[in-house]
Design a protein around this ligand. Structure first.
Ligand SMILES: [Cu+2]
Length: 153
């Protein structure tokens, strides 16, 4: 009887744990292709929180880079673009946050190999509530980006 109770408790725990992970969904992840001489790049994605609690992306890591940081790009009052390291990205309950050029991004510093378009970079995201979420982000070539950035062409 005791072991049956234990099995049920474990089953319930496993269910609630996997359910918690499902509250955060990452889509449209991609990594910017950079010239072979460059050792830094950035990853972008959409992070949706379908849960009823706010969550926060607190760190990220990737086997493709020595260091992975969460950055926020902005333009200061003199019109100069800059970026700074932040301690995380809050994803409010029911909201979607887009990591995109000119805003939040995941900085890949010290690339171990040049990134080629068509390859995938695995990135592990660590959320305060949802825990670890692994995404496979395709590397997008510079041609494709410039078409997207200048849609009037
Ligand atoms: Cu950056």
């Amino acid at each position: 009887m005791k072991s049956l109770f234990l099995a049920l408790a474990l089953a319930l725990f496993a269910f609630s744990y996997s359910h918690a992970e499902d509250t955060v969904t990452v889509t449209d992840a991609w990594v910017r292709e950079v010239p072979p001489a460059s050792t830094i790049s950035a990853a972008y994605m959409k992070i949706a929180n379908s849960g009823d609690k706010d969550d926060k992306l607190v760190s990220a890591s990737s086997t493709a880079a020595e260091t992975t940081e969460i950055h926020l790009s902005s333009v200061d009052d003199k019109g100069v673009a800059k970026m700074e390291k932040v301690d995380g990205v809050v994803v409010a309950a029911g909201e979607t946050v887009e990591l995109k050029p000119g805003s939040y991004h995941i900085m890949l510093i010290g690339l171990k190999e040049p990134l080629k378009a068509g390859e995938n970079v695995e990135i592990v995201l660590d959320f305060e509530n949802a825990g670890e979420v692994t995404v496979s982000a395709p590397v997008k070539g510079m041609d494709k980006q410039s078409h997207e950035d200048h849609s009037h062409h």
